[in-house]
Ligand binder design. Structure first.
Ligand code: PEP
Ligand code: MN
Length: 342
């Protein structure tokens, strides 16, 4: 159920409707828009008795929502959500008119490795740094990440280069720590439907980057995001990273058509990860160009100064020079689309 308020409804009226919703035993989610505020209702297992809400001052109408998601939907908010990442060097915006770049190694390996790559990332004009301290690896014998010491290295990167930090939480325990150190909490592909982790992320104070599950449909992807918003965290950034298909010449198949499909259904921003999508360095630049051209709100790219020695995903990590070229080309493509890279 969605309550649509009049364009000139007062804050007092919005508060009163929220209080009535809560008194009925549900959760109210006021979603301010440029033309009007909508109030989403969650926590209802059946239908909501709308009689008492419809007649309240400031209410235009009560719309039953038939879709399995509501807060992420364009019905709840017409305009694009813009998520603010407070990097030390100034806010980085994701969504709307801006295209955001985030780059870094797959995993944090040593302080020297992280600093060397971060320096190159900053030099390319990229303002968000990625790098896993907790790695969800397919084999239990592969490098699993440094854990908290890795987060401490990321905190140093943040301080030294002024970069915003994006890093993955793999369970509730690591999320507690990631929330303390990072600017954006990443939920990986393998956890897209880990509902207890999604709920915990929904109670976090930091924005969440939610990667599409390896075989998730569009609705499943949006419902996973809905879990986070339903807990009260509206700062969600989606990320397409390729899905599993019969096609075997790339690591995954990059589903770029999901970008306009998400844009039609949801106000949330969506990034593209061409690194995990393709698994090969030489495919990252062409698909980065395509992703921005198709309307992605940014890119999440793996970069390494010594990819042959990387402890994970070296084959898909681009070199620092290639990152600079990528950033430059993406800037030009964004400009054609009347967007700017920040
Ligand atoms: C990653 O971004 O490091 C990662 C593990 O990606 P994904 O969850 O998309 O496989
Ligand atoms: Mn990786």
């Amino acid at each position: 159920m969605l309550i649509v308020m009049q364009a000139n409804a007062t804050e007092e009226q919005v508060r009163a409707v929220c209080a009535r919703i809560e008194a009925l035993g549900f959760k109210a989610h006021p979603i301010p828009g440029s033309t009007r505020t909508a109030i989403g209702i969650t926590g209802n297992t059946g239908s909501v008795d709308i009689g008492s809400l419809e007649s309240m001052p400031g209410v235009v109408e009560c719309i039953p929502v038939s879709k399995p998601y509501k807060l992420v939907s364009r019905d709840a908010k017409e305009e694009d959500s813009v998520i603010t990442i407070p990097a030390p060097s100034g806010d980085v915006l994701i969504g709307g008119e801006t295209v955001a770049l985030c780059a870094g190694p797959c995993a944090i390996e040593t302080p020297e490795q992280a600093m060397a790559i971060a320096e190159q990332v900053a030099r390319a004009g990229v303002r968000l740094f990625r790098g896993g301290a907790y790695k969800p690896r397919t084999s239990p014998y592969s490098f699993q990440g440094l854990g908290e010491p890795g987060l401490k290295i990321l905190a140093q990167v943040r301080e030294r280069f002024g970069l915003g930090i994006v890093t993955e939480a793999v369970d509730n325990e690591s999320l507690d720590l990631v929330e303390q150190y990072a600017d954006v909490i990443q939920i990986g592909t393998r956890n897209m439907q880990n509902f207890s982790l999604l709920k915990r992320a929904g109670r976090a104070s930091k924005p969440v980057l939610l990667k599409r599950g390896m075989s998730a449909t569009l609705d499943e992807f949006l419902m996973a995001a809905e879990y986070i918003l339903a807990e009260g965290n509206y700062k969600v950034i989606l990320c397409e990273r390729g899905v599993r298909t019969f096609s075997d010449f790339t690591r995954n198949t990059l589903d770029l058509a999901i970008i306009p499909a998400v844009k039609r259904r949801s106000h949330l921003p969506i990034l593209v990860d061409p690194s995990h999508a393709t698994g090969r360095r030489h495919k990252v630049l062409p698909l980065s160009r395509a992703a921005v051209a198709v309307g992605a709100d940014g890119l999440l790219v793996e970069v390494h100064h010594e990819p042959d020695k990387a402890l994970s995903d070296g084959m898909q990590s681009i070199l620092p020079d290639e990152l600079r070229q990528l950033a430059e080309e993406v800037r030009q493509i964004a400009e054609v689309l009347h967007r700017r890279v920040n």
